[in-house]
Design a protein. Structure first.
Length: 232
C-alpha cells in the first residue's frame, strides 16, 4: 500500500525535523552527530505519538505488544550512523556484559540477538526500522518473519500493513542521513546485528567513520545510500 496524501504530509514534516537536527550536529563533530541519532529517535517517537493523539491512528488496531516479538525474526536495516550511535549507547549500558555476550554468541540467523522472552533488550534505542512496524495480526508476522505455521483460529489472516508509522520513521531516517551523506560520510544501509558486532568493541569506530575509514565488511551492507522522495 502506498502512503496517502496526509501521510506524505506528516512524513515530509518528519524529514524536515530530522534534517535540521542532523545539519546542526554536523557543525559539532562526531559526538554531536551520534547524539543527533538519539534526538531523531525521540523526535520520531514524538511525531508518531502526536499523529496518534490527533486521531490519525490506524495502528490503534495493532496487535504489537511486549511478549510478541515475531517481527524480530528478520534481518533489520539500520544506517551506518545508527549502528555507530547504538554501539556507543551499548558501551555504557548497565547490562553491557550480558548484551555483549548475547551479541558475541550470535552467529547469524533470523532472530535478533537482543530478543529476550519476546521483548527487545535495547528497546529504548532500537533502530528506526524497528520502531515503524505495526501489524494487526501477529499470525501474519509469525508466518512471514519467523517462518512458523500460525495457529488456526477459524479467521483469515489479516495481511494489511499500517503505512503511516513505517513511512514516518523512514522519513526521519532519510532526514537524518541526507545531510551526512551530502557531507561525504558513509550512510549505507547495514544489516544491523552483524554490523553492530563489527564495531561494538571499537570505541574509536565513530571517529574512524568520520575520517572516512572503511569499518564494515561488504557482507553486512544491504545497499549504499539511496535518496527517497518524501516531498509533497
Amino acid at each position: 500500500m502506498k502512503p496517502t496524501d496526509p501521510e506524505r504530509q506528516q512524513a515530509h514534516a518528519a524529514l524536515l525535523v530530522a534534517h535540521d537536527i542532523a545539519v546542526a550536529a554536523l557543525a559539532g563533530g562526531v559526538e554531536a552527530i551520534l547524539a543527533a541519532v538519539g534526538a531523531c529517535h525521540q523526535s520520531a517517537d514524538r511525531l508518531w505519538g502526536d499523529a496518534r493523539a490527533a486521531g490519525s491512528d490506524p495502528a490503534a488496531e495493532a496487535a504489537c505488544a511486549a511478549g510478541c516479538g515475531w517481527c524480530c525474526h528478520q534481518p533489520v536495516e539500520a544506517s551506518t550512523v545508527e549502528v555507530l550511535a547504538i554501539a556507543a549507547r551499548l558501551r555504557i549500558h548497565p547490562d553491557i556484559a550480558a548484551l555483549r555476550a548475547r551479541l558475541g554468541a550470535w552467529s547469524g540467523g533470523r532472530i535478533c540477538p537482543f530478543l529476550t522472552n519476546g521483548t527487545c533488550a535495547i528497546y529504548s534505542f532500537r533502530p528506526l526500522k524497528c520502531r515503524g512496524l505495526y501489524q494487526p495480526d501477529p499470525r501474519w508476522c509469525m508466518a512471514t518473519f519467523a517462518k512458523i505455521d500460525p495457529p488456526e483460529d477459524g479467521s483469515p489472516i489479516c495481511h494489511r500493513a499500517f503505512t503511516l508509522p513505517r513511512t514516518l520513521f523512514d522519513a526521519v531516517g532519510q532526514g537524518l542521513t541526507r545531510p551526512l551523506h551530502r557531507a561525504g560520510l558513509d550512510c549505507a544501509a547495514l544489516d544491523f546485528a552483524p554490523a553492530l558486532k563489527a564495531v561494538l568493541d571499537r570505541p574509536d569506530a565513530a571517529a574512524a567513520w568520520a575520517r572516512g575509514d572503511a569499518l564494515f565488511p561488504d557482507r553486512v551492507r544491504f545497499h549504499g545510500w539511496i535518496e527517497r522522495d518524501f516531498s509533497l
